[in-house]
Design a protein around this ligand. Structure first.
Ligand code: FAD
Length: 449
């Protein structure tokens, strides 16, 4: 393979804006056209990119041809079989706008709806219902994939190639389309119970005790307070009866809106120890100590940050990273330790989220395993941060945990290889799908995947 000149050079980065590389960024129009690109790929290879909501360097590939999949975005709902068949570039946002008013919802949603179906499958995203329903891949029935020879394959859960693609971060091929199940809902509202935990121990005990009673659960943690206090919000789709009791006029209404642009909302000069402390204090106080049955819209409950355009810019030009790890219940102490160590190096985090994971699926590189997952947003460039995160990595690995590839921008190849024990099995299947290793990202180069 030879390096090809870039016909449409474009700088690409992840949501965290910490690393940028220039690729030949081409809109995806037809599968056949993508096959041609793949068959004539230069030495830097090819990669598919969705809406670029992965935080690090997973959806970029310097010098490569990167397909902009968002131009490939049709989908249909089959209400009889309760399935959606979508082009990989269709966004969860556009799908929700169509299916929610018709009484359906996606089986798993991330904390943003501004992602594509291809990105959801490639990262095997998890939501607030992982403890009950698993991750996105568990609800996919069929994937159409262009492999590394440019051939189109139809994959089902019966094949190992399917499970190498679920969570495979675009390295097994270009997902062209997929069929996944949707769930019936009676309304576009969530009936939400809120409780505050006075410290981290209290938050975690409450989650262990009662998460299973709810379809959705998440805790926000006050990362500034040394107690680790937090707010747990849990909920279920509201019934028509609940909506009627609360006087909701149109229970199927769904119209998520943008409310502001982040740099206008929070000038970056204001992001400092005091503003983050004030935000965390206000956020904790805003929530009642205990409230039951509050009806919230889908946008407010699942995707509150989507209301604020370009909120990733509040961290300023250096950008930010998200440290998300997962550990088994037996290593729950690492949640407290990580929060403490990050506080000690002066991490300023608005967004610190704790969830519980249920069983894993068959995806060899899929992130979730039973236990805890903590996600902390961290501005880039804090002195001593790198060393602290390396220390935390070692502890996470020693306890059988791992980091989420969709958020990662900094782990070492050895950390990755040690914590994804099915990597060799995945590589064997990848080699069958892509014998020439055409599919390459900056992340796969960095981690020697
Ligand atoms: C505010 C916010 C909240 C989030 N919350 C969550 C959460 O709760 N749970 C969670 O799991 N994740 C969460 N994420 C991460 C996000 O869901 C994933 O990174 C997802 O993969 C992004 O989808 P995308 O379409 O933007 O993909 P991109 O970021 O563009 O790409 C991600 C990966 O998918 C690959 N890919 C994309 N399209 C294709 C395709 N058609 N074929 C093959 N490979 C493809 C890319 O090569 C890349 O490796 C969050 C991100 C943000 C910004």
């Amino acid at each position: 393979m030879t390096a090809t000149p870039l016909s449409n050079p474009q700088p690409l980065s992840g949501w965290g804006r910490v690393m940028t590389s220039v690729a030949n960024f081409v809109p995806a129009h037809h599968a056949e056209e993508m096959s041609q690109y793949i068959r004539s790929a230069g030495s830097r290879g090819v990669l598919a990119r969705g809406l670029g909501r992965s935080y690090g360097d997973a959806a970029q590939s310097g010098g490569a041809t990167v397909f902009d999949m968002t131009t490939f975005n049709n989908f249909t709902l089959d209400p009889e079989t309760m399935t959606v068949t979508a082009d990989a570039g269709a966004s969860i946002d556009s799908i929700l706008r169509e299916i929610v008013p018709l009484g359906f919802f996606v089986p798993v949603t991330a904390g943003t709806r501004l992602i594509t179906v291809g990105g959801a499958i490639a990262a095997d995203i998890h939501g607030k219902n992982h403890h009950l329903d698993g991750s996105f891949g568990a609800h996919v029935l069929e994937i159409t994939l262009i492999d590394g020879l440019g051939d189109i394959r139809v994959l089902t859960p019966a094949s190992p190639e399917f499970w190498a693609t679920i969570g495979g971060m675009g390295l097994t091929g270009v997902i062209v389309s997929a069929t996944f199940t949707v769930i019936p809902i009676q309304s576009s509202y969530i009936s939400v119970d809120t409780e505050r935990g006075k410290d981290l121990n209290d938050v975690m005990s409450r989650m262990v005790e009662r998460d299973d009673e709810y379809k959705y659960s998440v805790a926000w943690i006050d990362s500034v307070a040394t107690s680790g206090r937090g707010v747990i919000t849990r909920g279920d789709h509201a019934s028509l009866e609940e909506c009627k009791l609360e006087g909701v006029a149109n229970p199927h209404d769904y119209d998520p809106k943008k409310i502001a642009t982040a740099p206008g909302l929070v000038p970056s000069g204001l992001l400092n120890r005091w503003s983050v402390r004030a935000f965390n204090e206000a956020w904790f106080r805003k929530h009642p100590a205990h409230r039951e049955g509050e009806l919230q819209g889908i946008g407010g409950f699942f995707h509150p940050l989507d209301g604020v355009q370009e909120w990733n810019r509040i961290y300023g030009p250096k950008g930010f990273l998200q440290y998300q790890f997962q550990v088994p219940d037996s290593a729950g102490y690492l949640v407290e330790l990580a929060l403490r160590k990050l506080r000690e190096v002066g991490t300023l985090s608005f967004l610190t989220v704790l969830k519980r994971f249920g069983p894993s699926n068959e995806g060899m590189l899929s992130f979730p395993q039973p236990g805890w997952t903590l996600a902390v947003d961290i501005p880039a460039g804090i002195p001593a941060l790198g060393r602290t995160l390396d220390e935390l990595d070692a502890l996470v690995a020693a306890e059988g945990g791992r980091l989420y590839l969709a958020k990662d921008s900094r782990q070492s190849p050895s950390m990755f290889a040690r914590t994804y024990p099915r990597l060799d099995e995945w590589r064997e299947i990848r080699d069958r799908l892509d014998p020439n290793h055409v599919f390459v990202s900056d992340q796969s180069r960095r981690l020697a995947i």
